[in-house]
Design a protein around this ligand. Structure first.
Ligand code: 3H9
Length: 697
């Protein structure tokens, strides 16, 4: 229940925000805080007030789940203003995370005492498409200065107690019990005759800030992960704090907040926040299913994927044994792991101590039997069924009872792999994305016979290695790559119709994708798709659409790694290549396709609709549990911009399912069966149903 607890400590009142797990400032907390402050102010025996949070957090801010329906009064700004107006000193005891509205509450307090070990402060609102709307853009610059405030508000990044002590956000940083320390500090303040110290009473003179500061910050804003509005509005709100009184500054903050809150980008980002967390919820696996204990990790294969996967586990503190068949391959792999760790130290991403600890628990072996005590084994050998099956037969013979056996595959049938073992219930797929130590997505592939606790173990391991685990059923390409197949097929069609790689990538990158499809294929290797197309049956249309790309691959132009693919490369810099365009022109002539210029809107629409139509099909087939899982996959693994919500969110919210159905039908009439409308979209469009309510999740 969202509320606050009030405890009397003699002349000090302790107000605890109590809304587990992170004390989000839901309606009950706001009313509770307001009432507790009023009562403390009315009681002459109370000389000071201390505000803290229950459990691990001070407060993670406003309750994001309340935004959709609108916030019921009292609003957070007025509760904080009233608290700040208290004539008695108010001290925040920051016992953990104080984020967003949580930090704004702490800023409304007159003093801040922080726990050195676990105290963290941040205004991450920009990451969910809004800005600090409870006075944060006005009070923070008054406390730490305009530049430091801009850094925190525009980036959304957190700072620890040491930084807070330096920049003045924390008046005191303590080891041990922060609440007791804050109560003692409050008494010291009272004894010293130090009372209320409202930040809103301070003024930032315009002359104290370089005149071109805000313009420079705006100009320096490259593509921001929050989309086109939020970061700019954050800067404008801080700008309003300069040279004006608090009241007019906060009025501007509030107007900018309202604009952002109503934007589709904020809605998409907030949807994405909950979608990512929802992915961990598997309907037939309740809390009663406990993950198996996992301490030791085995990785089979020291190629690119094996190295990345080993690093992901090592960085999260797991001991890893890497097994290879040839000594040179093992040494090369171990060398690359060590190099990456050392480079992390050099770049300040890892401390020397942590690196030493990580390297101390890395082992290499040429003997599979050395995985006999591993709890979780990831096979990352060559992507060929026969090779994987052979490895799993051997693993079955050596792995201990209860070990989870995971195949890192991007396309193969996990059931066929599981079938060669005596324990298919312990087998599943883990589709890591390259580079596996960096990419956040992990598709966890549930086989027909995968036990519930095997799946729960893989999902819990995903969280422990800081990945976003999303469950997928067995099919070719699972969720992410099966959708990519549809998308890339459309790209081939557009290349033949007259769009160049530069135009296609440009349209999608301008729309927000991290990387356009041609550049993506060049990065992944055009030869990879080429080989897959040779191993799997293709429709006649698909064979025809890919003819030029296959030629490009046969020319040895495999993408970035060979210095040329759809583009030529100078290092990683793309150079448009007329020769490639000419190949598509020639093929178009042979196929009697009249080439034309494709407008960027059409390019984006066709890509998006092909992705989402295939996504709906996966949902209908039960391969994906819910539409939001599909979106999470695209956001965490495929560089889809979070402020666009994901392909499924787009067709439901930005286009509309009815309009989507009409558009797909129109493309089907023009281009034929590859545009067949997903029966799920057809049904929902007809009945007015929602994708958000479809699926099994
Ligand atoms: C704001 O404050 C606006 C104001 O400026 C102005 C207002 C007028 N609301 O992530 P986890 C839930 S905007 C609701 O799994 P972790 C979360 O859904 C807010 N729920 O744990 C999950 O629920 P479940 C600015 C929230 O340890 C559970 O808590 N603040 C909120 O990996 C555990 O979360 C932010 O943007 C919330 N604010 O990470 C902070 N926060 O168990 C957003 C968490 O049912 N939150 N939940 O799935 C975070 O960044 C991370 O959740 C946090 C913990 C770092 C706190």
């Amino acid at each position: 229940m969202a509320k606050v607890d009030v405890e009397s400590r003699g002349d000090v009142v302790l107000i605890r925000l109590a809304n587990p797990p992170v004390n989000a400032l839901a309606h009950g907390v706001r009313t509770g805080l307001q009432a507790a402050v009023r009562a403390a102010n009315a009681d002459p025996a109370v000389k000071a007030i201390v505000v803290t949070g229950e459990g691990r957090a001070f407060s993670a801010g406003a309750d994001i789940a309340e935004f959709a329906a609108g916030l019921k009064p009292p609003g957070l700004p007025e509760v904080i203003d009233e608290m700040e107006a208290s004539p008695k000193p108010v001290v925040a005891a920051v016992n953990g995370l104080a984020l967003g509205g949580g930090l704004e509450v702490a800023l409304g307090c007159h003093y801040r005492v922080m726990d050195r070990a676990v105290g963290q402060l941040g205004l991450p609102e920009v990451k969910i498409g809004i800005l600090p709307g409870a006075g944060g853009t006005q009070r923070l610059p008054r406390l730490v200065g305009v530049e430091a405030a801009l850094d925190m508000i525009v980036s959304g990044n957190f700072i620890n107690a040491a930084t807070a002590e330096k920049n003045g956000l924390a008046d005191k940083v303590v080891d041990g019990n922060v609440v007791d320390a804050a109560v003692a500090y409050a008494r010291e303040l009272v004894a010293a005759g130090k009372g209320a110290r409202p930040l809103s009473a301070k003024r930032i003179e315009a002359t104290s800030v370089p005149s071109d500061l805000f313009d420079k910050r705006r100009a320096a804003l490259a593509k921001h992960s929050s989309g086109p509005m939020a970061a700019k509005h954050c800067i404008a709100a801080v700008e309003a704090a300069v040279g004006s009184d608090y009241k007019s500054g906060v009025a501007r903050e509030s107007a900018l907040f309202a604009e952002l809150a109503a934007s589709p980008y904020a809605k998409a980002l907030q949807y994405a926040f909950f979608a990512e967390r929802k992915a961990a919820d598997i309907p037939d696996i309740g809390k009663g299913v406990k993950p198996r204990p996992v301490e030791k990790i085995g990785v089979l294969g020291a190629g690119t994927m094996g190295v990345g996967i080993s690093l992901a586990f090592l960085q999260a503190g797991f001991p890893v044994t890497v097994v290879e068949t040839k000594p040179e391959a093992l040494e090369r792999g171990l060398g690359r792991i060590r190099e990456t760790i050392e480079s992390n130290v050099k770049r300040g991403r890892m401390t020397r101590d942590k690196a030493d600890a990580v390297l101390a628990v890395l082992r290499g072996s040429l003997d599979l039997a050395d995985l006999r005590d591993a709890d979780f084994i990831v096979e990352a050998v060559f992507e060929k069924m026969a090779v994987k099956q052979e490895v799993f037969r051997k693993l079955d013979a050596v792995a201990k009872k209860g070990a989870v056996l995971a195949s890192n595959t991007s396309t193969l049938d996990v059931d066929q792999i599981a079938a060669v073992t005596s324990r298919p219930e312990d087998v599943l797929g883990t589709h890591f994305f390259s580079p596996a130590n960096i990419m956040r997505l992990l598709e966890v592939v549930r086989g027909a016979r995968t036990a519930k606790d095997t799946l729960a173990t893989a999902m819990s391991v995903a969280k422990r290695i800081n990945k976003v685990g999303v469950v997928a059923g067995v099919c070719f390409g699972f969720i992410g790559n099966r959708m990519v197949e549809a998308y890339l097929e459309e790209v081939q069609a557009m290349l033949l119709e007259g769009a160049t790689p530069v135009e296609i990538d440009g349209a999608l990158e301008t729309w927000g994708l991290a990387m356009g499809p041609n550049a993506m294929m060049d990065l992944a290797g055009i030869d990879v798709g080429y080989m897959i197309r040779r191993e799997h049956p293709l429709t006649e249309e698909r064979r025809r659409l890919y003819r030029v790309t296959d030629k490009i691959s046969e020319m040895g132009r495999h993408g970035q790694k060979t210095g040329a693919g759809y583009y030529r490369y100078d290092g990683r810099t793309r150079i448009p290549d007329e020769a490639v365009v000419a190949m598509f022109e020639e093929e178009a002539r042979a196929l009697k396709i009249n080439r034309r210029t494709l407008p960027p809107d059409e390019i984006v629409e066709r890509c998006l609709l092909r992705l989402a139509n295939e996504g709906a099909q996966l949902l209908d087939e039960g391969i994906a549990l819910r539409a939001s899982d599909i979106d999470t996959i695209y956001l965490a693994g495929y560089g889809f911009p979070a402020w666009r919500g994901g392909p499924m969110w787009q067709i439901e919210n930005a286009i509309g399912l009815k309009e989507t159905a009409e558009k797909v039908r129109a493309y089907q009439a023009k281009y034929g069966p590859r545009w067949a409308l997903s029966p799920l979209i057809e049904r929902l469009a007809k009945d007015g149903g929602l994708l958000a309510a479809a699926g099994k999740g």
